[in-house]
Design a protein around this ligand. Structure first.
Ligand code: NAD
Length: 431
């Protein structure tokens, strides 16, 4: 009989974690013959650390912050996953994101397990100095759990290449020598990879092109209408890549609201505007666009909708009003299971997060490999290998979805969870 070490896992109130657990239950129901104990083992996080730590603010006051690092599964290799800075982060959200990282890495055949971390902080409310101190102290608090052979963090919402530079420096100072491979998503001048910054958004568009082919939508890209929610790392790079390929992007949004022009937006001008804005937001953008709310944006007429901001955006409340034919999930967990069912019934193709946004962790893997070998590739090499990996994973998901007659999300999770299951069985249960 399994004794549950963390009973609260069974009663989570967190919508994101409920989604991750429901998706898991749905996927494993197609995997016949796996021992119950193995399923239980794959469902829950392997280990997790919660920390509370003080940081001196610019005005001299000391504030205490809470943070988390969760390793979900480490059967396939060291764990890998981003660090999120947001005032909404909680342990259950981090557990969900860590679990999705396990499936994502397995799906694209990376030798990694899944992890995630976060700090409860709104990064926009702090100076660079405060963020540097917070990041260094948080790194030091979780240092037991990270390392190039143990667990390799990367950027996620609210963090970026600079955050990774501070983490890498803190870890290296503790070890006494430089350890670039402890994090990925670093700046280029300290061992980052060409193409990492753009990788997730670029991967989203690789998947979009595959899905358009699958749906036999073969019109000229200028007549294919795309809407993007979120204009941070993933959303802006997806929008840029789609724009460069000639697609018509009619709406984009960020935390400050949405911008819509049915004739197509000037994406380069919007990218430039955000780059110069103090909080990296579209707020105050005066170009040729009308304002829409984030909720309205999801329901705009379009061919492709790319949610690339937050979890739980497409729910039972709004899924029926979605007019896109194709949804490519840049964000993690933007669609609840209830919305999935509605969208499937409506014939909307959803390319799931663990496939659509796997470009980020794939190029993170390239960065780690380059760092360990101290031999760096050019951008073409990075993109060529990225495309090959994503297209192969896409084809495998389509194949699994045909075998089991299931949607792409279930197929992706069936493929990934089965890989982790088979590897666990091959390794055996220690001792
Ligand atoms: P980011 O912080 O760079 O950007 C987040 C964007 O979402 C910003 O434009 C922000 O303004 C916007 N946003 C915040 N609240 C919003 C709201 N209420 N409505 C609409 N927009 C809102 O983060 P990111 O790295 O682009 O991550 C976005 C999503 O993609 C997350 O789910 C993350 O887990 C996922 N993801 C990121 C990567 C990566 O490489 N960065 C990889 C895989 C998945």
């Amino acid at each position: 009989m399994v004794a549950y070490a963390v009973p609260s896992l069974h009663e989570t109130q967190d919508r994101t974690y409920q989604t991750a657990l429901q998706q898991f239950d749905r996927a494993v129901s197609y995997l016949k013959g796996l021992p119950d104990g193995l399923i239980e083992f794959m469902k829950w996080p392997r280990r997790e650390l919660s920390v509370n730590f003080p940081v001196r603010m610019d005005d001299g006051e000391v504030k205490v912050f809470s943070g988390f690092r969760v390793h979900h599964n480490t059967v396939l290799g060291p764990s890998k996953g981003g660090i999120r800075y947001s005032s909404h982060v909680n342990i259950d959200e981090v557990r969900a994101l860590a679990m999705w990282m396990s499936w994502k890495c397995a799906l694209v055949n990376l030798p990694y397990g899944g992890a995630k971390g976060g700090v409860v902080v709104d990064p926009h409310k702090h100076s660079q100095d405060e963020l540097a101190k917070l990041t260094r102290r948080f790194t030091s608090e979780i240092i037991l759990l990270i390392g190039p052979k143990i667990d390799i963090p990367a950027p996620d919402m609210g963090t970026n290449a600079q955050t990774m530079a501070w983490m890498m420096d803190t870890y290296s100072m503790t070890m006494g020598y430089s350890v670039p491979a402890v994090v990925t998503g670093k700046p280029l001048n300290i061992g980052g990879s060409l193409g990492r910054e753009e990788a997730t958004g670029r991967g989203v568009i690789v998947c979009m092109l595959e899905a358009l082919r699958q749906l036999e939508i073969t019109r000229n890209p200028k007549d294919i209408v795309v809407v993007v929610q979120g204009f941070g790392n993933v959303g802006s790079n997806a929008a840029k890549r789609a724009h460069d390929l000639g697609f018509k992007i009619v709406a984009v949004s960020d935390a400050s609201g949405g911008y819509y022009n049915p004739k197509g937006l000037n994406i380069p001008a919007m990218l430039e505007y955000v780059k110069r804005s103090p909080h990296k937001l579209l707020e105050g953008y005066k170009g040729d666009a009308q304002p829409v709310t984030n909720a309205e944006l999801l329901e705009l007429p379009c061919d492709v909708l790319i949610p690339a901001a937050l979890e739980n955006q497409l729910t039972a409340d709004n899924a029926r009003r979605v007019r896109a034919k194709l949804i490519v999930e840049g964000a993690n967990g933007p669609t609840t299971p209830e919305a999935d069912d509605i969208l499937n019934d409506q014939g909307v193709l959803v390319v799931p997060d663990i496939l659509a946004n796997a470009g980020g962790v794939t190029v993170s893997y390239f960065e780690w490999v380059q760092g360990l070998q101290e031999y760096f590739w050019d951008e073409d090499e990075v993109y060529r290998r990225l495309e090959r990996i994503l297209i192969r994973a896409y084809d495998e998901v389509v194949h699994t979805s045909e075998i089991h007659k299931v949607d792409m999300r279930t197929a992706a999770q069936v493929t990934a969870i089965n890989r982790v299951a088979q590897a666990t069985l091959t390794r055996g249960f220690y001792p």
